[in-house]
Design a protein around this ligand. Structure first.
Ligand SMILES: [Zn+2]
Length: 364
């Protein structure tokens, strides 16, 4: 095999994650037999797994152009196996499939790659997986993908090289969104609402309600009055808009449960095994998404206050003095405080209402 590192194009589909990509390009030259990709789905792990597989299967170490590279990148090479759970968690049948694949010889490459998704949902099956990792078949490389390293997976992790896929930094996401044709203002909002997750950002871009949310938050400074009623009404409207923001994700989750239930029925199961666990996970994701949507809205609001001072100063209009700049800075400070308190405060309505009352009293 060539000592050259694989072509960077193999990882063109991975947004951000420079460290992970650098580690994988180095690892591809002389791979060990198991890698644990840690990070939530959508952070780029799967695209990286396909690029890594191409590098491992290509006769030239990942040229990025040959049929093997292209097939691996598309997830269709016969020596690349992607194991998706057949139910809500990884079943013993899924693990058996992994074990039996691992015993096969590669079909046309010098090795084969087995990618196992959602390994964090394999808690009970971890010992069986571990057995395969402890008796490594010579020409198989495993890529285990996990949201997090749960206690049951610690031993599996210790037999693997861990590659982290952390949240993508905001400015990287913004640049990427703009490069895909998203308007800069929208890109900033979408990046703020996606928790550093490019896949979630993609979902948010397609949400027709995003522009309306941006408008609602931008209009807050104009709508504020000294009346507590106004603050209450605005609070209701921004909370409703956050609820609507979660709807596409909720619908996707409902579809996922439906698909899994149908698959379970086909396998002769009554009901969906592990239903509660997966619903709990969905609820956690939905809560996080909703909080992110509110925080993104607060980001828009902070930019609106900054923008007002900048715009007034630029036109040299009526009395833009130190006072206005100080008030705007105070507003931004209050907004930032609220955004930070939001994830750990159970009473969002109270928090937002109190913010709006205080902003009104600043009269920027
Ligand atoms: Zn190639």
């Amino acid at each position: 095999m060539s000592e050259e590192r694989p072509a960077p194009e193999l990882f063109a589909g991975v947004v951000g994650q420079e460290e992970a990509v650098a580690a994988l390009r180095a690892a591809a030259v002389n791979p060990v037999h198991a890698y644990l990709f840690r990070g939530p789905a959508g952070n780029g792990g799967l695209a990286a797994a396909y690029g890594f597989a191409a590098a491992l299967l290509c006769p030239d170490g990942g040229c990025g152009r040959c049929p093997t590279c292209l097939a691996a990148l598309a997830g269709t090479d016969p020596d690349l196996h992607v194991i998706r759970r057949s139910g809500a968690s990884i079943s013993i049948a899924d693990v058996r499939q992994v074990v039996s694949l691992a015993q096969r010889r590669p079909l046309h490459s010098k090795r084969q790659v087995i990618v196992v998704l959602d390994v964090h949902l394999a808690a009970l099956r971890a010992p069986a997986l571990l057995k395969t990792l402890e008796e490594p078949p010579g020409d198989t490389v495993f890529v285990l993908m996990t949201d997090e390293v749960i206690p049951e997976l610690v031993t599996v992790a210790s037999r693997s090289v861990e590659i982290a896929f952390p949240p993508v930094p905001r400015d990287v996401l913004v640049r990427w969104l703009i490069s895909t044709g998203v308007a800069p203002d929208m890109a900033a909002v979408v990046a703020d609402s996606s928790g550093g997750n490019p896949e979630r950002a993609r979902v948010t871009v397609e949400d027709p309600d995003v522009a309306a949310r941006v408008e609602l938050w931008t209009s807050v400074p104009d709508e504020l009055t000294a009346s507590g009623m106004t603050a209450a009404a605005l609070t209701r409207r921004v909370l409703e808009s956050a609820d609507r923001a979660v709807e596409p994700l909720r619908a996707a989750h409902a579809r996922e449960i439906e698909t899994l239930s149908a698959a379970a029925k086909e396998m002769g199961e009554r009901g969906l095994p592990g239903r509660k666990e997966i619903q709990d996970q969905h609820q956690r994701e939905e809560r996080r998404f909703r909080t992110d949507a509110l925080r993104a809205g607060l980001g828009v609001l902070a930019r609106a206050y900054r923008g007002r001072v900048v715009a007034a100063a630029a036109t040299g209009s009526v009395g833009v003095g130190d006072e206005d700049v100080r008030s705007a800075a105070a507003a931004v400070g209050l907004i930032t405080e609220t955004a930070e308190a939001l994830p750990r405060n159970p009473n969002e309505a109270l928090l937002l209402q109190s913010l709006f009352v205080r902003l009104a009293s600043l009269a920027v």
